[in-house]
Design a binder for this molecule. Structure first.
Ligand code: 9WN
Length: 439
């Protein structure tokens, strides 16, 4: 068997907890929301039913409001191994009985994962398609509620863009996109004993966010606890409120997928609603286009202004499925000299921040390095947008990189050094999906 595939399977098995998967053995010992979606696609290559369990395990934590939480905690993990841990979120009355969760969310990749599981099952001819289709009948309404929560609680004015209340909700936690809005967050008291177990899990603490960032992260969580996660209040007064274009674009694409899944779930009449939602978001993303940067910009909901930074977020229209003119511009930029085509890169793959952005940092967490799951999202977008040749190039470069770096969390783009955790589940999943793809 292919050595890389073997390594990826080892990583998934090594992080497997039976019905769910740790993102990595030491750094992230609980179940994370968008990781679970990617991981499910990885399991699909081995066992589509195991892949469904990954989604079901995550959905055990779905709140009655519809929110799918960023973390579903494993209560067997020792106290203090990950912070903020299960007792730090004040969510006991919000999460379903018997399940401990965080109180924020992450990008909605789940429907995309479910459709991919189905596609893989359909190619197996072993009866698993039947099981997946049965599961879709039950999973679809859960995902529908999740999307509806995002489109109401996090977009009460129906703008088509989803507001995040914490950088962790973006999944691209330390992107320069959040520097400005986060700099205005002023913790009223600083935790002297800020617990940072994460720093002991990486080779160099510089591979993780800084303490001042963590003080703000904890303060934002405390502010949400203080209002008991009341979303209406949060949308009016929370000190960090940003309409996140990358998150919104993922939702648009996931809505298109829900439209395709609706008939399988026995709800054909709901397809049009999802398509209209997706279209609404695509139009909203159009209004965030910056003609100078040739990028789509997040909108700070507190100042009412766009956040000018040249990052991967700018490619949101590609993820959402935009028109040909715009996607041609974005594909040029993606492979151009400030992103994948930058001089001196070990592999020509998308960067999380443009090399020309003043805050580009080749080692900084989400501030420059290449992240395999983000490469995967862009690869999928290229394929879906009909950019077949570019998609094929991206896939083969990504595989080449992964052969060298293994299932690492992220990659320093110039030296090609593996950074962060070295057994990251979603990277393993991306490996299996990329290798399996048969155009
Ligand atoms: C906070 C698990 C998660 C990913 C995020 C990544 C990182 C957590 C952390 O790890 O975030 O959610 O502790 O830094 O930024 O995208 O889901 O892999």
């Amino acid at each position: 068997m292919d050595e890389l595939a073997k390594r990826a399977i080892e990583v998934l098995h090594g992080n497997d907890r039976g019905t769910w998967t740790r993102p990595s053995p030491r750094l992230y010992p609980h179940q994370w929301s968008w990781d679970a979606a990617f991981v499910a696609m990885g399991w699909a290559q081995l066992d589509p039913v195991r892949a469904l369990n990954e989604l079901w395990s995550l959905l055990r934590g779905q709140w009655t409001t519809g929110m799918v939480p960023q973390i579903v905690f494993d209560l067997n993990v020792g106290r203090g191994r990950y912070e903020p841990g299960p007792n730090a979120w004040g969510t006991a009355l919000n999460a379903p009985p018997g399940v401990a969760t965080s109180g924020i969310c992450q990008p909605p990749v789940h429907a995309i994962a479910l459709a991919r599981i189905r596609e893989v099952a359909a190619g197996r001819n072993d009866g698993s398609l039947h099981e997946v289709d049965d599961a879709i009948v039950d999973l679809y309404p859960r995902l529908d509620r999740w999307h509806r929560w995002l489109r109401t609680a996090r977009d009460p004015e129906g703008t088509g863009l989803i507001t995040i209340l914490h950088p962790w909700e973006s999944g691209l936690d330390n992107s320069p996109r959040w520097d400005r809005p986060l700099s205005r967050v002023e913790p009223d008291e600083l935790l002297d004993d800020l617990p940072r177990p994460d720093l002991t899990c990486v080779a160099d603490p510089a591979e993780r966010p800084t303490n001042p960032e963590y003080q703000r992260y904890r303060f934002l969580v405390d502010r949400l606890i203080a209002i008991d996660y009341d979303q209406d209040k949060a949308m009016e007064e929370h000190p960090f409120r940003v309409a996140d274009v990358w998150f919104s674009a993922i939702l648009a694409s996931a809505d298109d997928v829900l439209a395709d899944l609706a008939p399988i779930a026995g709800r054909p009449e709901e397809g049009d609603r999802h398509r209209a939602d997706a279209e609404h978001t695509r139009r909203a993303l159009d209004t965030c286009w910056d003609e100078d940067l040739l990028a789509c910009l997040d909108q700070d909901r507190i100042t009412g202004r766009p956040i000018r930074s040249d990052t991967m977020g700018g490619f949101a229209p590609l993820i959402a499925g935009c028109d040909l003119d715009r996607s041609a511009v974005l594909v040029d930029r993606l492979f151009g000299p400030t992103y994948a085509g930058a001089d001196g890169l070990a592999w020509p793959l998308p960067l999380t921040t443009a090399t020309t952005d003043p805050r580009f940092d080749r080692r900084g967490y989400w501030r420059g390095p290449q992240w395999p799951p983000m490469t995967w999202l862009l690869w999928r977008a290229l394929r879906m947008g009909g950019h077949t040749r570019s998609a094929a190039t991206l896939r083969s470069n990504a595989i080449e990189q992964l052969r060298d770096t293994g299932c690492t969390e992220y990659v320093e783009p110039y030296s090609g050094r593996a950074l962060g955790s070295d057994s990251q589940s979603w990277t393993a999943a991306v490996v299996l999906d990329l290798l399996s793809y048969d155009p």
